[in-house]
Ligand binder design. Sequence first.
Ligand code: FES
Length: 312
Amino acid sequence: MEQIKMRVEKRRDLTPTIAEFTLAPVGGESLPEFNPGAHITIETPSGAMRRYSLVNDGSDPKEYVVAIKREPQSRGGSASMHEQAVVGTELNIEHPENDFPLTDVQKYLLIAGGIGITPIYSMARYLDKKGKMLRIIYVSRSAEESAYLDELMKDFEGRIIVHHDDGDPNAVYDFWDDLVTPRATHVFCCGPKPLMEEIKAFSGHWPEGRVHFEDFKPVDVVRQDDVAFEVELKKSGQTVTVPEDRSILEALRDAGFATSSSCESGTCGTCKTRLLEGEADHRDMVLLEEEKGSQIMICVSRAKSGRLVLDL
Ligand code: FES
């Protein structure tokens, strides 16, 4: 993949945990154009390669703009961008790619969860310029943690619904009314995996090709040779069987437990749970060696053998 050397031209904090980086080519060469929904892969100062959606206008761009959320437990990509990428830092990037392209229709429903607003914001501005009809639903934990909120409220007044759940799994936005009746509208959704799963579930009866997702292809959560095991939930006094093809998190949800999660690929730290007994097969990128005896990331990790006892 062809690379371009870029320099951080500007950096600004959008929220306490999200920073926007404006990158310009070191050699002053012209940059490849891109369409809304595109992303670039950045070699972050830590050496980890990370994909970030482009926020700016992609026709004849002089720079590439990305907004990066510092994931709470990150020790690689997003943390190193936040800590080490300052104005003047040089970074290699790969040419833009687009796995989330817009279709050309008349009406759009754009759904963003948290940092998933980045491609959605770019799409919204592009569609607005073209005079298309659009609605935006932007869900996040709180106003303080919502990137580009003021700009969106101003530019899309009357066409945007904003919902904050304060991290409470019981206070999430209800998409029923928006999706119960399939329409000619095309839906574009980007956000944490639970949001995308919910939209998939609510829109299962929509004709094929009308509902689109940004999918950063997370790790395979379950593997071919995984086996079922049990988790005992100490606080609630219940035992749940985790089937061979489900994660602990999914099995708990299937059993009716509300659980917080975000990346569902073992990288963000949201689902960290105290492990009281049992030996875990740790598959996350978050826990430190010394934490592995007493903590588990339930979105990806399993039991090495027998059962696990969790502080839930
Ligand atoms: S939900 Fe992100 S690590 Fe589990």
